[in-house]
Design a protein around this ligand. Structure first.
Ligand SMILES: [Zn+2]
Length: 333
């Protein structure tokens, strides 16, 4: 388990986040930020029902000489979503190279715009995240609170942001090997992982499986309203040994037979298994911590939850196979 100070990724503020930080210093802002009043200092703000699907807000007259910016917020959205939209629109106003009229869809799945539009959207989102959930405040929270699920609740509650925006923000400040899930009504409402994590986050909208990361070092859970917020810290290294004397190829052959992989698919199955393993190995190698223990940990992340591999990770000899391969791959040449 990582000590609190090891859990925080060195925070490098992006340029839009720096604009937000400067603004927060000027106005002495602390969470929960009254973003609506702040936005009013820079623009005329109106609420209106925008019936076009997925449109959260519109920003008009950006950097138009002699004109005050005008912002329309979609009043049919949830309060927390409107708060994020307001912070996002403020970002467009403050960031000097955003100009003209911008129609905002916070959810990128709604439209197919490309290039500069999404660069600007991403920048406005970085600004919004920093204004609503300041990095300094978040660093202090992470150093004072051991429990990531509790940090998640505090972010939602103290910063008045949605559980999803809070999870995204929190995970952006954490090191690899961390996964989160918001469980609602027994289903995965949303999920994600920190940058550099090999394990896949559970698919959204499927039934929640409590033991999915059974090999985690830590599983922290907090209840927030109708949700259960889960945070797993996965091991970076797993110390283990095997007493199995067979070469790894024999172990894999035996596992393949036990799993009832059809004869004609066995060659391809074993190639897939070795492919997943090689990928885990090369990732570890790239990170510069090429030990057998790290390769085993990476393999667990890669193999668990792979439904297409006949549940190989649940086979009693799976670890024997992985340990043998990991030892071989990391043996000094
Ligand atoms: Zn935008």
């Amino acid at each position: 388990m990582l000590a609190p100070e090891q859990r925080i990724v060195g925070i490098v503020l992006t340029v839009p986040a720096k604009f937000a930080k400067r603004l927060a210093e000027v106005y002495k802002l602390t969470p929960p930020v009254d973003v609506r009043s702040l936005l009013r200092q820079y623009a005329d703000v109106v609420d209106a029902v925008i019936s076009i699907n997925g449109v959260d807000g519109v920003c008009l007259n950006l950097k138009v000489p002699g004109k005050r910016a005008r912002v329309v917020i979609n009043s049919s959205n949830h309060r927390l979503r409107r708060r994020f939209t307001e912070a996002h629109e403020l970002g467009h106003i403050v960031i000097p190279w955003h100009w003209g009229t911008i129609v905002d869809h916070l959810d990128p799945n709604h439209i197919e715009a490309k290039g500069e539009y999404w660069v600007h959207e991403d920048e406005a989102n970085q600004f919004a995240a920093e204004i609503l959930m300041p990095s300094g405040w978040l660093s202090r929270l992470l150093t004072s609170t051991q429990d990531l699920s509790e940090c998640h609740v505090r972010l939602c509650h103290d910063c008045e942001v949605s559980a999803q925006a809070a999870a995204k923000r929190l995970s952006s400040q954490l090191p690899p090997n961390i996964i989160f899930v918001s469980e609602r009504g027994g289903m995965v409402e949303f999920s994600g992982r920190t940058s550099g994590t090999l394990a896949s986050a559970p698919i959204w909208g499927v039934p929640f499986e409590p033991s999915i990361f059974h090999y985690a070092d830590l599983h922290q859970v907090s209840v927030f309203g109708h949700r259960r917020l889960h945070w797993w810290t996965l091991p970076h290294e797993i110390k283990c040994s095997t007493t199995d004397l067979r070469p790894w190829r024999e172990v894999l052959d035996a596992i393949t037979a036990d799993l009832d992989v059809p004869l004609e698919k066995r060659k391809r199955f074993k190639m897939s298994v070795n492919g997943v393993l090689s990928l885990a190995n090369s990732t570890v190698k790239r990170e510069g911590t090429h030990t057998a223990e790290a390769v085993v940990a990476a393999c667990l992340q890669r193999f668990n939850g792979r439904d297409d591999l006949f549940g190989i990770a649940n086979h009693p000899n799976f670890m024997d196979f992985v340990i043998k391969r990991a030892e071989e791959l990391t043996k000094p040449k």
